[in-house]
Ligand binder design. Structure first.
Ligand code: DGL
Length: 362
């Protein structure tokens, strides 16, 4: 019996080892099958902390490191093999052109690697739409690039960050997301980088595309898409920042009743190469500022007529004779995105006809 029993024990032990080997091989195979997604963290509320779980304002953004953001979402491993890199740690109201260039260059290096299938960027929501649009114009890959943020800090009760990261990785891991340009995924919704904007200071559904709407939803780690932007992006753009170390200075002059030329003159004196005029209505020019804009154009500074309204096209030769004044119109780009396109345009040309073509293309 004793010999008999030890044989059974040996057999059971061998069977256990074999089962373990099979399961770990299966797990390994499954892991190999899962897409590889890199999370590039830049800061923001998603990495924010507060003293209490109920504090959703007045917290400190950009504190929690990327490893901790990933550890807070254990189910990520069911969706993708995830690695994290801390590319920056800033509250996004302090985002800079330098961080944009560093981020874009890192993304292009990573996406050129066959073992990277997608990128998620964690980012503050205040300028998330701007970073997304900049990347939409300079990332040279069809692989998914998805920006996620949060409206509540990581310490909050019902923090939205972890689930936004989970959904964002699911979108970046999906073949369905490829070739759609840079995407923004928060609150179960997917928006295009070109059309999305932050419309509310506090609520979880703050990212909208007022003119054109969402491009899709992500539910149960599965994205579904319903439309695509008609404008060029990523591998179809003419912009290349590989060897760009600085972007040409472009600023925004905000339009309002009784405005004056002081901000415009200050930007010109500082050496700006382009000015976005965020005008009232259809990009209207106040009588007391129009001469200053004409004077500025004559100095070689590019003038783009945009609108503070946040919706609708600024129409060429509508509220001003753009042909005569040699101005450019922003079409349906918000002022903050028109600034990004003009900066990139100025890395290639000063020709206003070429620049206007770009505003009708991207
Ligand atoms: N400081 C703001 C930012 O980093 C907080 C907003 C947020 O991330 O939700 O954009």
């Amino acid at each position: 019996m004793h010999m008999h029993k030890s044989r059974w024990q040996t057999a059971a032990r061998l069977a256990g080892c074999a089962l373990f080997a099979m399961l770990s091989a299966a797990a390994g195979a499954q892991q190999e099958q899962r897409p590889n997604v890199v999370i590039l963290a830049t800061g923001g509320t998603i990495a924010g902390t507060a003293a209490t779980a109920t504090q959703v304002a007045g917290y400190t953004a950009a504190k929690v490191p990327v490893e901790q953001l990933i550890d807070a979402v254990p189910d990520l491993k069911k969706v993708a093999n995830v690695k994290g890199e801390q590319l920056a740690q800033v509250a996004s109201e302090s985002m800079t052109n330098d961080v944009w260039l560093k981020l874009a260059k890192r993304i292009n290096v990573l996406l050129a690697q066959p073992d990277v299938d997608g990128i998620v960027i964690t980012h503050g929501t205040d300028t998330l739409e701007e970073t997304a649009y900049f990347l939409n114009l300079v990332v040279k890959s069809r692989k998914p690039v998805v920006l996620v943020g949060a409206m509540r800090p990581s310490t909050a009760m019902s923090a939205d960050g972890p689930f936004n990261i989970y959904n964002g990785v699911a979108v970046a891991a999906s073949k369905e997301s490829a070739g759609r340009g840079v995407l923004v995924s928060l609150n179960d919704q997917i928006n295009s980088a070109r059309d999305v904007t932050k419309v509310n200071t506090m609520t979880l559904d703050t990212f909208r595309a007022p003119d054109f709407g969402l491009v899709g939803y992500v539910v149960g780690a599965q994205p579904s898409f319903y439309r695509a932007s008609t404008r060029k992006h990523t591998t179809d753009t003419e912009f290349d920042i590989t060897n760009v170390e600085t972007l040409p200075p472009v600023d925004i002059v905000y339009g309002y009743a009784n405005m004056n030329r002081v901000p415009l003159d200050a930007f010109v004196a500082a050496g700006d190469k382009g000015i976005i005029h965020a005008g009232v209505g259809d990009g209207s020019l106040a009588a007391q500022v129009k001469p200053a804009l004409i004077e500025t154009r004559k100095k070689g500074v590019i003038i783009v007529r945009s609108s503070r309204t946040g919706g609708g096209p600024v129409v060429r030769n509508g509220e001003a004779n753009d042909d005569e004044l040699d101005f450019v119109v922003s079409d349906t780009l918000t002022p903050q995105k028109a600034r990004i396109l003009l900066m990139l345009a100025l890395t290639k040309t000063n020709n206003t006809k070429e620049i206007q073509r770009m505003f009708y293309t991207y």
